[in-house]
Design a protein around this ligand. Structure first.
Ligand SMILES: NC(=O)c1ccc[n+]([C@@H]2O[C@H](COP(=O)([O-])OP(=O)(O)OC[C@H]3O[C@@H](n4cnc5c(N)ncnc54)[C@H](OP(=O)(O)O)[C@@H]3O)[C@@H](O)[C@H]2O)c1
Length: 352
């Protein structure tokens, strides 16, 4: 076993790409899984990393839905970063069970079944989400001091209402169950990273991450007439990647770590910051009245229940453990959005 050999699942993705890059920058060896090594456009950034760090990054094919898929890639690894899972925004999901719930749950079971069999693994870092803590923003109003805290689990989501948050909470709960089912003394530790909406520069050229597609709509001018009064817990992708690695490095890390600024940001604030960065006429200046959003909701695939429980509800976030135990320094949202925009622009100009 190599003490510094790690497995990263879903390495073609937005967050996992940064984790792979930061591990390589530290001098660690990485086994990384992708669904297909033949899709060279999708994994171009990983092929570039192989050239930049010769012999340090090995790619394997694995699918969340196929039992035993991760066993070859895990061989000899001490740390498993399980990041792969589909992230789609609510109005893009047609069949929640198939598109998000099954891959999240079966994927976690398959990866952790492989961990149970692989004697070298001592630590699993699971990429969960704040969505495993709350489903609708209104849920946070029922938490102590209206503050999102890692002591809660999302109990309001289902396959038909907030399927993606549901996929994250059932996958995370399954992981804790499998962790606790180990015979004593436990061979492997489980830590979860629970990020808010992840923004910032993308290394991966073809990620379908919901956070990238949300900003893509904004940057393409599809929301020119205004944005709904939505509030998001946000975080930079580079801090999320660092948190994964710090959680692995710190022998005292434990439990769940929320990764997000200490206050939510409104969609209109995000749009206004991007407007000043891009100087683009296409960026919305204003928020849409809630009554209008409720009227238009069905056209955009958003239910009245979803809108009632999410419009106009900011909240606070307890991110202290990420500061104290993982030593995360959150950069300003302006810097994240500027870097997000420049990366979006260069990806668009390359794909023309
Ligand atoms: N972005 C956010 O705002 C955010 C916030 C909190 C948590 N998260 C979590 O972070 C993780 C990564 O998300 P991301 O934003 O980086 O999205 P992403 O770029 O879409 O990455 C998702 C990854 O999952 C892989 N995947 C999906 N279905 C798969 C399957 N059946 N078998 C194998 N791999 C599969 C994808 O592989 P392909 O490239 O082959 O499709 C991709 O590498 C997810 O667990 C997500 O829930 C994201």
């Amino acid at each position: 076993m190599a003490e510094n050999l790690s497995l990263v699942t879903g390495a073609s993705g937005f967050i996992a790409s940064h984790v792979v890059q930061q591990l390589l920058e530290r001098g660690d060896q990485v086994h990384a899984t992708v669904r297909s090594t033949k899709n060279e456009r999708k994994i171009k950034h990983l092929l570039d990393m192989q050239e930049r760090w010769p012999g340090m990054l090995t790619l394997f094919e694995a699918d969340l839905l196929i039992a035993g898929s991760f066993e070859a890639a895990m061989k000899g690894c001490s740390v498993v970063y399980h990041i792969a899972s589909p992230f789609l925004i609510e109005n893009k999901i047609r069949d929640g069970q198939k598109e998000v719930v099954e891959p999240a749950l079966k994927g976690t079971q398959n990866v952790l079944d492989a961990v149970q069999k692989c004697e070298t693994v001592r630590l699993v870092i699971l990429t969960s989400s704040v969505a495993a803590i709350f489903g609708d923003n209104a849920d946070v109003l029922g938490m102590k001091n209206n503050t999102l805290s890692s002591e809660y689990f999302n109990s309001s989501s289902s396959v038909t209402h907030n399927a993606y948050p549901y996929s994250k909470v059932i996958a995370e709960k399954e992981a804790w169950k499998l962790y606790e089912s180990q015979p004593a003394p436990s061979r492997w530790k489980l830590v979860t990273i629970n990020p808010g909406l992840v923004l910032g520069p993308s290394l991966s050229p073809l990620s379908e991450s919901g956070s990238l597609s949300l900003l893509d709509q904004l940057l393409r001018g599809q929301l020119l007439f205004g944005v709904p009064d939505m509030w998001f817990a946000t975080v930079d992708v580079r801090e999320v990647a660092t948190a994964h690695i710090q959680a692995a490095q710190n022998p005292d890390s434990h439990g769940r770590y929320i990764l997000a600024d200490s206050k939510t940001h409104s969609f209109v604030e995000i749009a206004r910051i991007l407007r000043s960065i891009t100087q683009s006429f296409w960026m919305p200046r204003n928020k849409l009245p809630n009554a209008l959003v409720r009227m238009l909701g069905p056209v955009f695939g958003l239910s009245q229940k979803y809108l009632r429980l999410n419009l106009g509800i900011p909240f606070n976030i307890d991110n202290r453990p990420s500061l104290d135990e993982l030593k995360i320094v959150y950069r300003p949202l302006e810097e994240t959005l500027a870097d997000h925009y420049h990366s979006w622009k260069s990806t668009k100009s390359r794909s023309r």
